[in-house]
Design a protein around this ligand. Structure first.
Ligand code: GLN
Length: 486
């Protein structure tokens, strides 16, 4: 049950081989046993989880169950969940109890009947690629506990890889679903911007932030994405489109699919082990009937500098709400209002968050706005245009997700630029607002998983998931498990 697919779990629940309460208990026990060595969960509340599981059992008993009713899920601690502590990985929200549910939580838990196992760790305000910026401590990669799980959805990925949850939510502003999925041997999808509601998802960079799923297979991700996506009038950037079933073309053959390889992703800068696993996956796709074509993303190399202007600019604005007045951390001692603001923010935010606020405020300030922020927005347009041109020649773009496998804790923490460069393959996708998926395609010489990235045109999520699913039907990388204590 700990390693079963969502489809298998659903069948077991429907046939009453196991109850949702028993299933939740199984995962809660495993969390109690293994979380101390992984630090994937920030908050666990057994009473709340078991109460939700009892409700799910009642729905199943009454014949009112959907595809996901009674199945456990771990929620990234960026999603507000009513009555649950929601920290966003920050001291600023250490004691914040959300007064309402994010739309993602409403859809997955209230509507679909999934059972939350708790809130999982993340980089502070989702700023990071290693989960090391969390106020609640680093998360250890289940494949090698001396290494990072990736970030910012590091707790989501570690929880699923270690079998502490069958599936987890994540968010991806610059790679935070795809990169941790890659570093933990999992499948993760970030849909087209505007597909999943941002209501109740704590904002980092609003024009880039997008919710999605980390799971063990494309098939599992498709089920959960179908339940969490959809128009929401509470999010002004939510897209008004009819509901989609993302599992609908999972079993379509790949024959004739044109896979584009951007030449810029196959140059220097990627570890040799990663590249050889990617090459092998390309060969597998040829076997499956896909046609490989060369494409070009000539401005992709500008994505990291453009992102690290735009994302901090938006963050500096979004994070101004954390001022110690109405909620969140307030410094215990201060002389006047200004000092209250200063001390609350100085003590409540960690170093990386402060760095982003400073950069963001700088690039938006008078005299620098045109030189940095506007320039970055122009690059953003060029990058989006590159993708539009590439999708004239292919249906799906393929490349690495991350230039390396999981790096060691501390290895890049002191050098922000090195850390930012680990997002080199993922960021362009967010700048363009496109859907992106990462799946496991092999291991390096140290036994660490390698991630393969698939990028689709706008609204091509079902196509991306089917492309990943076909590969997962032909290979078994996604079934490999880290050798953790049982
Ligand atoms: N690593 C990137 C950053 O630090 C992306 C984070 C994310 O996608 N939330 O901003």
């Amino acid at each position: 049950m700990i390693r079963a697919s969502l489809k298998t779990l659903r069948a077991a629940l429907a046939e009453k081989k196991i109850s949702s309460v028993e299933l939740a208990r199984l995962f809660l026990d495993r969390i109690a046993r293994l979380n101390p060595e992984l630090n994937a969960f920030i908050t666990v509340d057994e009473d709340k989880t078991l109460a939700a599981a009892r409700t799910a059992d009642a729905r199943i008993g009454a014949g009112e169950a959907g595809a996901l009713t009674g199945i456990p899920i771990a929620q990234k601690d960026i999603f507000c969940a009513k009555g649950w502590r929601t920290t966003c990985g920050s001291r600023m929200l250490e004691n914040f109890i959300a007064p309402y549910d994010a739309t993602v939580v409403t859809k997955l838990e209230q509507d679909a009947g999934m059972v939350s196992l708790g809130k999982v760790n993340m980089d502070e305000f989702a700023m990071g690629s290693s989960n090391e910026t969390s106020y609640f401590g680093a998360v250890n990669n289940p494949w090698d506990k001396t290494r990072v799980p990736g970030g910012s959805s590091g707790g989501s990925a570690a929880a699923v890889a270690a079998g502490l949850a069958p599936v987890a939510t994540g968010t991806d502003t610059g790679g935070s679903i795809r990169q941790p999925a890659a570093l933990c041997g999992l499948t993760g999808i970030k849909p087209t911007y505007g597909t999943v509601s941002r209501y109740g998802m704590i904002a980092f960079a609003s024009s880039l932030d997008q919710g999605g799923v980390i799971g063990r297979s494309a098939e599992d991700c498709a089920l959960v994405l179908s339940a969490m996506a959809g128009f929401d009038e509470k999010d002004s950037t939510s897209l008004e489109r009819p509901p989609e079933n993302y599992s609908r073309c999972l079993d379509e053959p790949l024959a004739g699919l044109r896979i584009g390889l951007p030449q810029e992703f196959f140059k220097e800068g990627c570890a040799a082990d990663v590249m050889s696993a990617i090459e092998a996956a390309i060969a597998e796709y040829k076997n499956l009937g896909a046609e490989i074509v060369a494409v070009s993303l000539p401005n992709a190399h500008l994505s990291v500098p453009a992102y690290y202007v735009i994302a901090p600019a938006e963050a500096s604005s979004n994070l101004s709400r954390f001022d110690g007045v109405r909620y969140g951390y307030r410094a215990p001692e201060y002389a006047d209002l200004t000092e209250m603001y200063e001390k609350s923010r100085a003590q409540g935010f960690g170093a990386e968050v402060k760095r982003r606020i400073l950069i963001g405020t700088y690039v938006l300030s008078h005299g620098y706005y045109d030189a940095y922020y506007l320039q970055a927005q122009r690059i953003r347009r060029l990058i989006a245009d590159d993708f539009t041109a590439a999708f004239q020649q292919c249906d799906v773009i393929l490349g690495p997700t991350s230039p390396t496998t999981a790096f060691r804790q501390g290895e890049k923490a002191a050098d922000p630029v090195q850390m930012y460069l680990s997002d080199i393959y993922t960021i362009a996708v967010n700048l363009a607002g496109l859907p992106g998926l990462s799946l496991s395609c092999g291991f390096d010489h140290q036994g660490l998983p390698v991630g393969l990235q698939l990028i689709g045109n706008y609204f091509a999520e079902a196509r991306l998931l089917a492309t990943a699913h076909a590969y997962q039907q032909a290979t078994d990388w996604h079934l490999r498990r880290p050798a953790l204590a049982a």
